[in-house]
Design a protein around this ligand. Sequence first.
Ligand code: PMP
Length: 383
Amino acid sequence: MEIYLDNCSTTKPREEVINVMIEALQNDYGNPSSLHRLGLNAEKKIEDSRHKIADFLKVSPEEIYFTSGATESNNLAIKSILDKYSRKGKHIITTAIEHPSVMNVIKNFQEKGYSVTYLKVDSNGVISLDELASSIRPDTVLVSIMQVNNEVGSIQPTWKVKNIIKEKKSEAVLHVDGVQAFGKIPIRIKDWGIDAFSFSGHKIHGPKGIGGLYINKDLKLNPVIYGGNQERGFRSGTENVPGIIGLGKAVEIMSNNFEEERDHVRNLKLYFMDRLKEIEKIRINSPDEYSSPYILNVSFEYVRGEVLLHYLENKGIYVSTTSACSSKGTKKSHVLQELGLTDLQVEGAIRFCLSYEITKEDIDYTIDVLKDSVEEIRQVTMR
Ligand code: PMP
């Protein structure tokens, strides 16, 4: 028995993705910059992938750049935007619950003299648009807000952000870390006025080490990485051809199944939440109205998350306590603390991340194991 409920950390690549990548490694080994047939074939496949992603996001292919993943996309977006507008201002607005690949870059700029506003979130993990509006200053150059939080799944109202920026007569650029939203909730990059959008392959059943960045073509940013001028000079380096082809395949399948898979997963989440009522002293940190259908974060009081994680693992169920990126540290989740959870709730948090492969029977089994494990652990902790 293996029930993989850690899909926010990474996902299992789809069979078709693996097959096109094997094929690419075997046959498309030419350098896409080479002028001979092997090079041109590889280049054509890269452009096919770019078109698939652009079609899915309803943007133009020349606005999509391939990167080594969303950590790089976030770094490139933030650094190149701040570089371009450095003479205009040195104020950044972001949220208090960003992923470290945004948070730590911005902290680094703060150390170099930038001023940063960290928007607070409410108990559902959502920012206040009033706070955003009142934080915009004449020297604000960047607003960076994640679309879906990776720990609790809260969805930020980014669709309203650009209008607020414009109402304030600001020209601040809007960057969105879209990793946990890409392929999971509807995104309208152009309608919402998003200027830069980061995404990653391994969260959508594609390969690891490949991701991308959408940049509005009117922005005309300078590169951070210089070299042989691949990716139209914005991101040099010989392309990860098998990764790009695998990502294109993952996007193609995801875009054909988007609504069906989302509805399936949402029904499972609602069912899971309903059955969790059978366990006492819990807090649902991802209520349905405010969060992604794919993420269900739950605090089990009087239970240590890492202890419960191993109980579940022993029964073939894989989950996370906080995000994979911070779970190796000893620090408590900054996201859960920002939501205003008590220490007991922060310590007892488990993140269940669903996928199209999970069934109702998997949830039933998980609930059974959870009930037994939580009861057993509490016999010691609540004595
Ligand atoms: N942002 C968010 C919200 C994420 O969940 C992740 C992955 N944990 C990243 C950025 C980084 O993506 P990658 O693993 O592709 O570098």
